[in-house]
Design a protein around this ligand. Structure first.
Ligand code: ZN
Length: 484
């Protein structure tokens, strides 16, 4: 064929003079052929077609040869491509179904995609999520277990089962899985958060601190927040060690917590207590003053009062004045000074220190304080009763409240007992509906001592006050009961 074309081409070029207008003369092996342009065109097309068919036959022949020799790809490539197309179509349809929340459709598409693609790492991801949406929890778990077997999808599998255990409330297993997930992918922020919250729940403060520093390292936490939370965790560890009698370790940890976050009241209180137990009064005073500067708190005032126990009233007053200077305008400072003077039965100074706090911040504490001052100054029963009645319906005053869920806590905790968030407790006024019933002044019992002091005519008053309080408490409890 090629020879023919060549021969013709040569003769065509060589025989310019043979060319008659409208036709071509071809000479082959001594014979001459006269061809019209249309015939020439047809011949050319036929030649090209024949050449193409010939080449296809050769390649098919070679493919068959290779197939016979055991190389499947050559023949099956065509079919493979077809399968792949079908598989990816099923996969994309499945993802679409997943995105629109159609779990069972997504699941069947995932199965179809798997049939064509044979790529479990890819299709299982879709199938697991589809099973979750379709509510087939058991099926989802089986798929997650398959994902765990493949190193490329192990993290997704572990995370999937971890989330399932979390939703079932099996925090022990969830913790183990979270640790595994964290070791697979330490940069993953969600895993870090889950692990920290499970570790704090498990009181594994040291582990939580490690995870927290990983969070800082990978840039998922601002440095100041890390410092504060680290302090909270260190304090929690310290508080726990104290219970096991390893006081030296606890002290070190508490001092560390206080150093990391000097305004963390419970840390300051714990450190001050430890210093006081070792008779290091100066250190205790320093720690409390530092904390008072940024966060005045009755617990700090209470431990400060212990430091000056047994000292002369003058020294005591001097000491308290030093503390008050750290934050003189704060209501807590005024209340603290008023309580100090009240304890010393210096009623005019108590009143002066309290100022108008009971009007600006009328709560149980400030109102019982003014009632006690009035009583100490010999005021009329009706006046005292007026303040006490006000106190009964007044807000409790600041408490440790979770910023996350607004739950009030009677004592500070590293995590909220309601929502389990870490370091969300803030000393602030309780939102009305969540307030606990509180009567009297549990932090300063001497206020009630003053109110209950016997000077003849007050007997009747004391009785009535107690009756009122009991009645009030009962009615509050009833209300709470009917609400829940
Ligand atoms: Zn909470």
């Amino acid at each position: 064929m090629i020879v023919m074309v060549f021969a013709w081409g040569v003769s065509y070029l060589a025989s310019d003079e043979n060319k008659i207008i409208g036709s071509t003369i071809i000479e082959i092996s001594g014979f001459e052929y006269s061809i019209s342009p249309m015939q020439l065109l047809i011949i050319l097309v036929l030649i090209i077609l024949a050449a193409w068919i010939f080449l296809r036959l050769i390649s098919l022949f070679l493919a068959i040869l290779r197939f016979i020799n055991g190389d499947e790809t050559a023949v099956s490539r065509y079919f493979d491509r077809n399968r792949e197309r079908k598989g990816f179509r099923a996969l994309s349809e499945g993802m679409m179904a997943l995105a629109s929340g159609e779990g069972s459709i997504a699941l069947s598409k995932a199965k179809r995609a798997e049939k064509y693609l044979k790529k479990p790492s890819l299709t299982n991801l879709l199938a697991a999520q589809a099973a979750e949406i379709a509510g087939e929890a058991k099926h989802a778990e089986e798929i997650y277990k398959e994902l765990i077997l493949d190193p490329t999808t192990r993290f997704v599998g572990v995370r999937g089962i971890m989330k399932k255990r979390l939703s079932e409330g099996d925090t022990d297993t969830a913790l183990k899985l979270a640790k595994k997930a964290f070791s697979l992918k330490p940069k993953h922020e969600e895993t870090q958060d889950v692990l920290i919250s499970l570790q704090t729940l498990d009181s594994d403060w040291r582990g939580a601190r490690k995870t927290l520093s990983a969070k800082l390292k990978y840039g998922n936490l601002p440095r100041d927040i890390h410092k504060r939370r680290d302090a909270v965790l260190a304090l929690s560890e310290a508080a726990e060690i104290i219970e096991t009698d390893k006081r030296i370790d606890a002290q070190v940890m508490a001092i560390e917590a206080n150093r990391l976050s000097p305004d963390l009241v419970p840390a300051a209180v714990l450190v001050a207590k430890e210093y006081l137990a070792d008779d290091k009064k100066k250190n205790a005073i320093k720690v409390i003053k530092k904390a008072w500067e940024s966060q005045p708190h009755p617990d700090l005032a209470a431990i400060y009062s212990e430091i000056y126990e047994g000292e002369s009233p003058e020294d005591r007053e001097k000491g308290f004045k030093l503390l008050a200077k750290m934050n003189p305008k704060h209501v807590e400072t005024k209340t603290m000074m008023a309580e100090m003077y009240l304890q010393a039965e210096d009623f005019p100074n108590a009143r002066r220190s309290l100022g108008d706090s009971y009007e600006i911040m009328p709560n149980v504490r400030t109102l019982t304080l003014i009632a006690a001052i009035e009583k100490g100054e010999g005021a009329d029963d009706s006046v005292i009763r007026k303040w006490l009645t006000k106190a009964l319906s007044a807000p409790r005053g600041p408490q440790w409240v979770c910023e996350n869920c607004s739950t009030a806590h009677s004592v500070w905790r590293p995590t909220c007992f309601n929502c389990n968030a870490l370091d969300t407790l803030t000393w602030m006024d309780v939102p009305e509906t969540k307030a606990e019933v509180a009567l009297g002044n549990e932090r300063a019992p001497f206020v009630l001592d003053v109110l209950n002091s016997n000077d003849g005519k007050a007997d009747q008053l004391d009785l009535d006050v107690e009756e009122d309080l009991t009645e009030f408490e009962n009615s509050k409890n009833d209300n709470d009961g009917s609400k829940s």
